[in-house]
Design a protein. Structure first.
Length: 765
C-alpha cells in the first residue's frame, strides 16, 4: 500500500481554471455545426425577399436550374415543401418562428425566405441564387417601432398582460409629489450577431431518422420542431451541437433555415449544408425589440421616490408576441410605494423579436437608471445617495425577503475602487486638459432563472470520469465549470474529467438562456457525481476483502484514484482494485434535479418553454443577482466623441464556480453595455423596409480601442436559496445598466441628457 499522495483533489470549484475547450477552439479542432465533414454534402443557399410585406407574384427558377451543379430550387410552389405546423408550445423554444417558410406566397417580414437553391458546391448555389429575381406585389409596410406607433391601425397593437401591474395609488401619489419628472426613453432595434453564423447541416439516416448539426442554445427545440414538421418520433431526430460560437438568445429558438435544410436534404437525398450569410443574420433570426418607455416619477425633495408610472411600448413582429420585458426591473429594484406599469406590443414587418442578452433588463435598466440619475440632479443629491435612499430591504412587489442581496456592499466597494468620492457634481466640471470627464453610475440586477436538470456521471477503473448532459456551452465556459463540479463531486482531479454536451443522446436539459445553466445543470452534475462516489464507497465498505470494510462512506475520501479512510490515511485501496473485485469496469449514475423551490412535475413538462423557469420568487425568497457599475467617459469638446475610459463593476452572483470564466462573462457583458450605449442600432431603409447596415462594418460594435480599463470584482458569497450549489447566474448581469451608467457619465461630462440610444455624436453636437 503506497502512502497517499499529497496533491489532494477537491477545491476545483472556484479556481480560475483555463477553459477546458480553449485549446480545441483556438487551434481549430473544435468542430462547429457547419464544419462537420460529411461525405457527399450538397450546399444550400437562401434567397430572401426584396420586400418586407406583400406577396410573391411570380418566381422563375429556370435560369437557376440551368446552372451546372444545381440540384434543385425550392419555392412555395415546389411539390413536397409542406411543413406540419408545430402544435404544442413545448418544442418551439422560448420564442421563435411562428411563420413557416415556403408555405404560401405571402410575405410578412423582411428577410423572409422565398427560395432555396441546392447545388453540388457552395459557389454554384450562390451563383444560381443571384439568378432568381421574383416578381413581387408590394404592400405598405411598417419598418420600425416609431412607424408602428404613429400608425392608427389598431391591429398593430397587442397587450402584454404580465406587464400590467399596480401597487398603491400611483396617479394620486404622482400628482401629490413634490418633484415630478416626465421622461421618455427609447432604445433601438439591435441584432445578436454571434460570430458563428446560424446554419444547419441535415442528414436523413433513413426516411424516418434525421440528424442535424445546428448551433443551438437548446437542442430540444430543433429536435421537437423537426419532429413536428416532418411527423417524426422526436427520439428519431438527433441534434448535435457541441460548440456554439455565441448565441445571445438568437440560438434558443429555431428559424426558417432549420426545416429548409431538412427539406432540401430530403429532396436531393443527400446531406445538405445551409448556412446563413452575415447579411441574412440581420433579418430572420430575431432581434432585440426597440422600446419606448415613458416614466413619470414622483419624489420628495429629499430624493425618496413615491410613485412611478411606466408605460412601455415594445416592437414585435406581425405574428409573434415576444415582449421585451422592460417593466420587471422597475417593479423590483427600489422601494417605491406607489407604482403602475403597463406595456403594449407595436407590430412591425421586422419579423420576430426574441430575447437578446439580458432581455428586458438591458432596455429597462437604461430607462430606470437614467431616470434615477435625472432625479438625483433634480433634487441636488449624489446619484449613489439617491439609490441608497430608495434601497429595497424586501422585494417590493411580493414582500418576500431576498434570498441574498449584497447590493449595498456592491455600491460601497465599486465606489471605493472607482474613487467616486472625488466626483464634483456639476456637469462639465471635471476635465483633463481640454477633455471633458464624466462619471456616472447605476444599480445592476437580473433575476434568477432555474430549471430542472439532468446529468449522467461515469467513473472508470483507471480514474477517468465522464459527464454527459444534453445541455449546451454557448461560449460561456459551461464545459469548464461542469468539469470543476464533477471533479469535486467525484473526488478526482479536473484533468481526469471529460464533459460531453450538445447532443440529444445525452440526458435532457432546458435551454441555455436567462443565465440559468451554471446553477441548474451544475446541480445535476454534482448530484450524479456524488452518487457515483457514494456507490464506490459502498462497494468498498461492504466488501470483506477491502481494507475499508466496515467503515461508513462518509469516513472515506478519494485521492488520486484511491479511496482512503480520513482518520487513517494508511488504510485505503485503488479504485481499480475495488471495481475489479466487484467485476465492474466503471460505475455510473444518472440524476434528475429540481431547482430549489421547484415542484415535482414530469420531466417533459419541466423542460417545456412555459415551465422551464422556476419563478424568481420560488421557495419563499425573491431571487436576484445584483451589482453596481461605475463608468468614466472622456469627451473631446470639439468633436463630442464619447469614449469609455474606465469601468468598475462589483457583482453579487452567489458562489463563483470559476473566477476566470465568471469574470470574463461580466467583462463581456459590460462591454456589450458600452456597445448598447454608444454603438449599436439596426438601421432600416424607409424606402424598402430592409436593413441598411446588415454587416459588421456598418453595424457598429466596440473594438479593443473603444474599451478602456475594465475592473470587475465578484463578491463570491453563496446563495443557498438560489441553487443547491449556491450559484446564481452571472452571464447577463454585466450588460444590465451599463448603458445607463455610460449615458449618465456623458451627462456629467457634457450636460447633455441623451434619452435615445445609442448616444451618438450627432445627438451631442
Ligand atoms: Mo440569453 S438572451 O438568455 O441567451
Amino acid at each position: 500500500m503506497t502512502p497517499p499522495p499529497q496533491d489532494r483533489p477537491g477545491g476545483a470549484i472556484g479556481q480560475p481554471m483555463n477553459r477546458v475547450d480553449g485549446p480545441a477552439k483556438v487551434t481549430g479542432r473544435a468542430t462547429y455545426a457547419a464544419e462537420h465533414p460529411l461525405p457527399n454534402l450538397a450546399h444550400a443557399v437562401l434567397v430572401t425577399s426584396a420586400i418586407p410585406h406583400g406577396r410573391v407574384r411570380r418566381i422563375d427558377t429556370t435560369a437557376a436550374l440551368a446552372v451546372p451543379g444545381v440540384l434543385t430550387v425550392l419555392t412555395h410552389q415546389s411539390p413536397g415543401v409542406t411543413l406540419r405546423p408545430v402544435e404544442a408550445p413545448y418544442p418551439k423554444g422560448p420564442a421563435g418562428s411562428g411563420l413557416l417558410p415556403l408555405q404560401s406566397d405571402e410575405i410578412l417580414q423582411r428577410g423572409q425566405v422565398v427560395a432555396v437553391v441546392v447545388a453540388d458546391t457552395l459557389e454554384q448555389a450562390e451563383h444560381a441564387a443571384t439568378l432568381i429575381e421574383p416578381e413581387y406585389e408590394a404592400a405598405p409596410f411598417i419598418g420600425t417601432l416609431a412607424e408602428s406607433l404613429t400608425s392608427d391601425r389598431e391591429d398593430l397593437r397587442a397587450p402584454v398582460e404580465q406587464a400590467d401591474y399596480t401597487r398603491g395609488e400611483p396617479e394620486q401619489a404622482y400628482r401629490a409629489a413634490e418633484v415630478q419628472l416626465d421622461l421618455t426613453y427609447t432604445t433601438p432595434q439591435e441584432q445578436h450577431n454571434p460570430l458563428e453564423l446560424h446554419g444547419t447541416l441535415a442528414v436523413w439516416e433513413s426516411t424516418t431518422r434525421l440528424t442535424v448539426y445546428e448551433p443551438s442554445q437548446w437542442i430540444l427545440a430543433p429536435q421537437h420542431t423537426l419532429a413536428h414538421h416532418f411527423g417524426l418520433d422526436p427520439e428519431a431526430v438527433r441534434v448535435v451541437s457541441p460548440y456554439i460560437g455565441g448565441g445571445f438568445g438568437s440560438k434558443a429558438a429555431t428559424w426558417a433555415h432549420l426545416p429548409l435544410a431538412a427539406l432540401a436534404a430530403r429532396v436531393v437525398q443527400r446531406p445538405v449544408k445551409l448556412a446563413r450569410s452575415r447579411a441574412q443574420e440581420f433579418a430572420g433570426v430575431g432581434y432585440r425589440p426597440a422600446t419606448k418607455q415613458r416614466y413619470q416619477v414622483g419624489a420628495t425633495q429629499d430624493g425618496r421616490v413615491t410613485s412611478v408610472l411606466l408605460h412601455a411600448d415594445s416592437q414585435a413582429g406581425m405574428h409573434n408576441d415576444f415582449p421585451e420585458q422592460v417593466v420587471n426591473i422597475t417593479r423590483m429594484l427600489y422601494d417605491v410605494p406607489h407604482m403602475r406599469t403597463a406595456q403594449r406590443l407595436a407590430r412591425t414587418h421586422a419579423g420576430e423579436g426574441i430575447m437578446m442578452r439580458a432581455p428586458g433588463e438591458a432596455s429597462g435598466s437604461f430607462a430606470l437608471e437614467s431616470a434615477m440619475d435625472e432625479l438625483a440632479y433634480a433634487v441636488g443629491l449624489d446619484p449613489l445617495e439617491v439609490r441608497l435612499r430608495n434601497y429595497a430591504e424586501t422585494e417590493p412587489e411580493s414582500g418576500l425577503p431576498f434570498s441574498s442581496k449584497l447590493l449595498r456592499e456592491c455600491y460601497a466597494q465599486a465606489a471605493q475602487r472607482f474613487g467616486w468620492a472625488r466626483r464634483t457634481p456639476t456637469p462639465g466640471s471635471m476635465r483633463d486638459g481640454d477633455t471633458l470627464i464624466g462619471w456616472g453610475m447605476a444599480s445592476v440586477t437580473y433575476p434568477v432563472y432555474a430549471s430542472a436538470a439532468t446529468a449522467r456521471a461515469r467513473l472508470f477503473a483507471d480514474g477517468r470520469a465522464e459527464i454527459e448532459a444534453g445541455s449546451q456551452d454557448i461560449g460561456t465556459g459551461t464545459y469548464s465549470i461542469l468539469t470543476q463540479i464533477a471533479a469535486d463531486g467525484l473526488g478526482v482531479a479536473p484533468a481526469q474529467v471529460r464533459v460531453f454536451l450538445g447532443d440529444t443522446r445525452y440526458p435532457k436539459n432546458a435551454y441555455s438562456g436567462g443565465s440559468r445553466t451554471a446553477a441548474s445543470v451544475g446541480d445535476a452534475v454534482m448530484a450524479a457525481s456524488l452518487a457515483v462516489r457514494q456507490d464506490l464507497a459502498l462497494l468498498a465498505v461492504h466488501d470483506p476483502a477491502s481494507p475499508l470494510h466496515g467503515l461508513t462512506p462518509e469516513a472515506l475520501e478519494m485521492r488520486a484514484g484511491h479511496l482512503y479512510a480520513w482518520a487513517d490515511p494508511a488504510r485505503g485501496e485503488a479504485l481499480s482494485v475495488i471495481l475489479e473485485r466487484a467485476g465492474r469496469d466503471h460505475l455510473e449514475a444518472y440524476r434528475e434535479v429540481l431547482p430549489v423551490g421547484g415542484e415535482r412535475k414530469n420531466l417533459q413538462e419541466m423542460m417545456s418553454a412555459k415551465n422551464a423557469s422556476v419563478p424568481a420568487d420560488a421557495g419563499g425568497y425573491a431571487r436576484h443577482s445584483f451589482g453596481a457599475i461605475f463608468v468614466e467617459v472622456r469627451v473631446d469638446p470639439d468633436f463630442m466623441t464619447p469614449r469609455v475610459s474606465r469601468m468598475v463593476g462589483v457583482y453579487d452572483v452567489g458562489r463563483v464556480l470559476n473566477h476566470k470564466t465568471a469574470r470574463s462573462q461580466l467583462i463581456g457583458g459590460m462591454i456589450w453595455g458600452v456597445s448598447m450605449a454608444l454603438h449599436e442600432q439596426t438601421d432600416v431603409d424607409p424606402t424598402t423596409g430592409l436593413v441598411l447596415n446588415d454587416n459588421l462594418a456598418e453595424y457598429h460594435v466596440p473594438v479593443n480601442a473603444d474599451i478602456g480599463e475594465v475592473d470587475v470584482t465578484l463578491l463570491d458569497v453563496p446563495d443557498p436559496h438560489a441553487s443547491h450549489l449556491g450559484v446564481r447566474g452571472a452571464g447577463e448581469l454585466g450588460t444590465v445598466s451599463t448603458a445607463a451608467a455610460v449615458a449618465n457619465a456623458v451627462y456629467h461630462a457634457t450636460g447633455k441628457r441623451i434619452r435615445d440610444l445609442p448616444v451618438s455624436i450627432d445627438k451631442l453636437l
